[in-house]
Design a protein around this ligand. Structure first.
Ligand SMILES: Nc1nc2c(ncn2[C@@H]2O[C@H](COP(=O)(O)OP(=O)(O)OP(=O)(O)O)[C@@H](O)[C@H]2O)c(=O)[nH]1
Ligand SMILES: [Mg+2]
Length: 422
């Protein structure tokens, strides 16, 4: 089912949007974001409504009165879908569909739909399909459980099994097939990663909220041609390029999928293999769209996603982007001064790129530690590794061995520790 979604340009569907956010000060930001997501999914909002909830109602998510209001609105506007800006359970979704007489889609399904449209590589498509099925599974379960209770358990298996049961089994089977295929793609990529490790210099990932300008930055720094788009989730598949820095330093840089808040943890997990790039990086470049009024919320969402990935302790350079359209330059200077390891840039105009290069070079230098070693001739292959994993500044052949001064990545310094002098 997901495969069919992946490549089709589906027709525009009309939708009633239901906003759920608790905090009134976030209204504008939440509305802008959902509308952006709609645009990316080919959905045309025809009406919207809001409910502030401390806690969702068990059966219908929104309150009874709201169910009626939405129902009326959906009928009046003849909307194709009601889109709820939250995660809704299978049971709630079904109850609401019955009440509204139309399809109900939740935030996660909307995001997955966009992912499905944007996925280009095989791995991307597999991941989206897995995420969709994984998300659907508990919803199917809830339908089944209700059914099972009515009918009792005996004589339901084997050839006489119900449609739902066989559906469930099919989904399970499909999930395990997909997992296997993803494992295989991942194995190949791990090999590539291992060989990338042999390159002399560290590698970094660009992370950030969706539409922060990650791909624009990547393109500027690496001269690549990654799709840049004002719509969310333009990039789904990671791209890696070598970036040359001043004084003979270099860096491998990966552009990753954009983060977004309220993305369920299991969905983040489904994109783990894409996001794994981040966990393997030596450091991260965190792009923040400073022109967005919600930049702080977005920044925090990214930081907490990094935590989910276990990458919260990576060295990080924060790049305050889009300074060409930030109205308050004084505030900008204050923010940059206050936030540690940050640089103000415009990926679009190139402003701040020299500062950025200097900052990155410093990060790279910090990863490369200076060593002075005497490598015995019996271990002379290590000299070649010094070249492979770092910068060799001096080599002198003496009686006891080869005297080497170099700047090396940590693994290499560790290896050479036994030959260190002074
Ligand atoms: N004014 C201005 N616009 C920018 C800047 N950087 C990026 N943009 C615009 O912001 C939008 C999103 O840029 P992308 O580079 O696609 O953003 P991204 O972070 O890769 O987004 P996803 O891949 O969707 O997560 C595009 O319309 C860019 O032209 C900047 O420095 N200034
Ligand atoms: Mg991008």
């Amino acid at each position: 089912m997901a495969k069919a979604l992946a490549n089709l340009e589906l027709p525009i569907e009309t939708a009633v949007l239901v906003y759920i956010n608790e905090d009134a000060s976030e209204d504008q930001v939440v509305e802008d974001e959902l509308q952006g997501l709609c645009e990316a999914a080919n959905v045309e909002p025809v009406a919207s409504i809001r409910q502030r909830l401390d806690r969702p109602y068990k059966g219908t998510f929104v309150g009874k009165g709201k169910v009626e209001e939405i129902s009326m609105l959906a009928k009046e506007t003849r909307a194709d879908v009601v889109l709820i800006d939250a995660e809704v359970s299978g049971m709630q979704q079904r109850n609401l569909e019955e009440a509204f007489g139309c399809k109900v889609v939740d935030r996660t399904q909307l995001i997955l739909d966009i992912f499905a449209r944007r996925a280009r590589t095989r791995e991307g498509m597999l991941q989206v399909e897995l995420a969709q099925l994984t998300y659907m599974m508990p919803k199917l379960m809830s339908v089944y459980t209700k059914f099972e209770r009515q009918k009792g358990g005996i004589g339901m298996r084997g050839p006489g099994e119900t449609k739902l049961e066989s559906d469930k089994r099919l989904v399970r089977d499909k999930i395990s097939v997909l997992k296997g295929e993803i494992e295989e793609v991942k194995r190949v990529r791990d090999q590539q990663r291992a060989s990338r490790r042999k390159h002399p210099f560290p590698f970094a990932s660009i992370v950030g909220y969706t539409s922060a300008g990650k791909s624009t930055l990547m393109n500027r720094m690496a001269g690549t041609d990654v799709l840049v788009d004002a719509m969310p989730f333009a990039t789904l598949d990671p791209t890696t390029r070598k970036i040359d820095l001043p004084d003979g330093y270099a860096l491998f840089l990966t552009d990753t999928v954009g983060f977004i808040r309220n993305l369920p943890t299991h969905l983040v997990a489904a994109f783990q293999s894409t996001l794994e790039e981040v966990t393997y990086s030596d450091f991260v470049l965190h792009v923040v769209d400073l022109s967005n009024p919600a930049w702080e919320v977005q920044r925090d969402a990214v930081l907490s996603t990094l935590e989910t990935l276990g990458a919260q302790d990576k060295p990080m350079l924060t790049l305050f982007n889009k300074i060409d359209i930030v109205p308050d330059q004084a505030a900008l200077r204050r923010i940059v001064a206050e936030w540690p390891d940050s640089v103000a840039i415009s990926s679009l105009t190139g402003e701040g790129m020299a500062d950025l290069q200097t900052a990155i070079k410093k990060m790279v230098q910090e990863l490369l530690g200076a060593v002075k070693v005497m490598i015995p001739y019996a271990h002379q292959h290590l000299l070649q590794e010094c070249y492979d994993y770092g910068r060799v500044l001096k080599e002198e052949y003496g009686e006891q061995g080869i005297y080497v001064e170099a700047e090396l990545v940590e693994e290499m310094r560790y290896k050479l520790a036994q030959f260190a002098i002074e």
